[in-house]
Design a protein around this ligand. Structure first.
Ligand SMILES: [Zn+2]
Length: 254
């Protein structure tokens, strides 16, 4: 470990240990180690398919079978196989230690819940569940039978994932809850997101404005790094969160 990184990990552990109310904001970067490629950027799904043609609500309503075949089926394959990685588990440990109060995520993979996080606010909904568009019956994506596409509920209605499509609104209650968490916390952990897309982008800014520390854990510098974050710990989320948790536990047991 580089001496600089070691110091930053110690600093983060001390900041977390002294905090009363920690909130995490996570994005695609935290799930990469679980085998889920980010939608945006190099190698992402949006490089292969046009989101406006396959991920817009109008496209889905017009031709659900097409969107199921091209987009949702592929996502299901990836998400079905994914398991929480040390970064998700580290956040659960911070919750067990009484530090982390809630996790706001831009991800739809459900891995925070699978890891055991108890309070997760999902801006974009959750892909792990499907809802019948007619009777609202819910079923787990993992257990859905795809021999017929689009998959249908017993009532004949078509299933759709419980995440939002382009052109759909972020549930207002998720937005307002996130804003109050961002304003309340005294440390915000930003993990695996460059937070360039609203409304996630606003959360660290709001935290900073209300006097909290913003600790960034990302693979590279982001627009937050030199403007909003107190410091960036650069590297893989799983490694870094693991080191921070170990350091917090050391402080606690001393
Ligand atoms: Zn139904």
């Amino acid at each position: 470990m580089k001496p600089n990184m070691k110091n930053l990990v110690k600093q983060a552990a001390a900041d977390l240990n002294g905090a009363r109310h920690v909130v995490a904001l996570t994005g695609a970067g935290i799930s990469v180690e679980s085998g889920i490629p980010p939608f945006r950027g190099k190698g992402g799904l949006w490089e292969k398919i046009d989101p406006m043609e396959f991920a817009h609500i109008d496209a889905f309503l017009q031709d659900p079978a097409k969107v199921w075949r091209v987009l949702i089926k592929e996502m299901k394959d990836v998400v079905d196989r994914a398991r929480p990685n040390p970064a998700h588990l580290g956040l659960v440990r911070l919750e067990e230690l009484g530090l982390l109060k809630a996790t706001i995520t831009q991800n739809v993979d459900g891995l925070h819940q699978m890891a055991g996080s108890s309070d997760v606010i999902e801006f974009h909904g959750n892909f792990a569940w499907q809802r019948c568009m007619d009777c609202q019956n819910r079923t787990e994506t993992r257990s859905l039978d795809l021999t017929r596409i689009p998959p249908r509920c017993r009532c004949g209605g078509i299933y759709r994932p419980e995440c939002i499509f382009f052109g759909e609104m972020i549930p207002p209650q998720h937005l307002s809850r996130s804003q109050s968490l961002a304003a309340q916390c005294d440390v915000m952990l930003v993990v695996g997101t460059s937070a360039t897309v609203e409304p996630a982008a606003y959360m660290p800014v709001l935290s900073k404005q209300t006097g909290s520390k913003v600790i960034e854990i990302n693979a590279a510098k982001t627009p937050l790094t030199d403007s909003v974050s107190d410091y960036l710990i650069k590297g893989q989320a799983g490694d870094i969160i693991g080191m921070i948790v170990a350091e917090v536990e050391k402080i606690r047991s001393a």
